[in-house]
Design a protein around this ligand. Structure first.
Ligand code: DGJ
Length: 393
């Protein structure tokens, strides 16, 4: 071996170490700084939008939409990204838990819309189940389907199982028997007319037909867009989704294996256009954070409470405190999840500050949920906060 070849070989072999040693060490994170760019333990930007979390095996697992630059990032080009952490400040990249498919015939083909992934661990089957809002590339948000994927290990790989609309052939549990019937020909005509003349939109409309849409979708399944999953203390899991042209929220219990809906579901807030649902339970009460329905633009948050997750729900108005603008725009964010951390005695509001022009640059808004003297949750802005200090309050 010539000296020159030897020198070149040694340089190639040494390269990973040189770069590892010469790279700036990543500074450990010691506080939550909403709205700033968050880096993982390797120094890369955390890419997990519309996120959900799972506490499992002594670690926190974060799942979210991996977004790319520009408007292209509003569609799924990569998949669902997973990170894990021991302290909720410092995150290890666990890779893409559910990649989009290269097969154009797949429901999760690259370019589809895959939003708000949420993962639960099923103690009975031992499996991890992921639900997400799924639209095919050209559906213009009209598919309103739910994708389901499953994994043996928390970080995946997740296997895509199927996509469908929930609760086909099932009536809501909380409507009168007289309203459990398919549309008549006249009602169908009236509804078609309302769609054709733009009287029904996926955003607020004064003519919202509270009694027609779930009946129209009885056969094909209920529309499901913004969504979350909630696992109750007894292990029962619920899929909560914006349905009926986003005007009505559905709360649908899952089967024991979490791979299907059990057919009983309740409607809530009909005609109120609740999006971005995020539920937590505290002292036996169910609390729901949600948003209004204004596309990617932030709006005023909503809070509701119930003794039974299937309702009735009571609306409590806007849970934000701060300047007029902060309150009107939820600190320029939209809810995605509430993380209940019993071991830290804290619940965390997790939201997105979307950036549809450059999707990757959407920011994460995490705020400690505070409780007033009557035990009602509220949110206040924090530039930087620590679990240890907030929990003590
Ligand atoms: C608002 C929803 O909350 C988001 O998840 C996303 O679906 C946008 N609408 C799309 O406009």
């Amino acid at each position: 071996m010539t000296r020159r070849v030897f020198a070149a070989l040694s340089l190639i072999l040494a390269f990973p170490f040189i770069s590892a040693f010469s790279a700036e060490p990543v500074k450990p994170v010691d506080a939550i700084r909403s709205g700033e760019i968050w880096l993982d333990e390797s120094g890369a930007r955390i890419n997990a939008h519309g996120a959900g979390l799972l506490i499992y095996d002594g670690r926190y697992w974060l799942f979210g939409e991996h977004k790319v630059e520009g408007e292209l990032g509003n569609s799924a080009q990569v998949g669902v990204h997973c990170y894990s952490s021991a302290d909720l400040y410092n995150w290890r990249d666990e890779g893409i838990a559910l990649p989009v498919s290269d097969d154009p015939a797949s429901p999760i083909a690259r370019g589809c819309i895959l939003e708000r992934p949420k993962v639960l661990h099923n103690a009975k089957t031992g499996k991890f189940v992921m639900f997400f809002h799924l639209e095919s590339a050209r559906s213009n948000y009209r598919d309103a389907k739910t994708g389901i994927a499953v994994a043996e290990k928390v970080a995946g790989p997740y296997r895509f199982v199927r996509a469908e609309r929930p609760n086909a052939g099932d009536w809501p549990s909380n409507v009168a028997d007289a309203d459990k019937k398919p549309l008549s020909a006249d009602e169908r005509k009236a509804l078609d007319e309302m769609f054709a003349t733009g009287k029904i939109k996926t955003g607020w409309t004064p003519d919202y037909p509270t009694n027609l849409l779930y009946r129209a979708d009885f056969e094909g399944g209920q529309e499901a867009r913004d969504m979350t999953l909630f696992q109750d203390d007894d292990g029962r899991a619920y899929h909560i989704y914006s349905s009926e042209s986003n005007g009505t929220l559905h709360i649908a219990p899952l089967t024991d294996d979490y791979l299907d809906w059990d057919g009983e579901y309740a409607r809530a807030f009909s005609g109120r256009y609740y999006e971005a649902p995020a539920i937590f339970k505290r002292d036996g009460k169910y609390w729901l954070f949600a948003s209004d329905c204004t596309g990617w633009a932030p709006n005023a948050a909503r809070l509701a409470v119930a003794d039974n997750i299937l309702g009735p729900w009571t609306e409590l108005g806007n849970p934000c405190r701060g300047t007029e603008a902060e309150v009107a725009k939820t600190f320029w964010s939209q809810s995605s999840y509430v993380l209940n951390v019993p071991e830290k005695n804290i619940c965390v509001f997790i939201g997105d500050r979307w950036n549809p022009q450059n999707a990757i640059d959407g920011r994460y808004i995490w705020l400690p949920i505070q409780f007033d003297d009557a035990g009602v949750p509220f949110l206040e802005w924090r530039d930087a906060w620590r679990f240890e200090e907030e929990a003590a309050k």
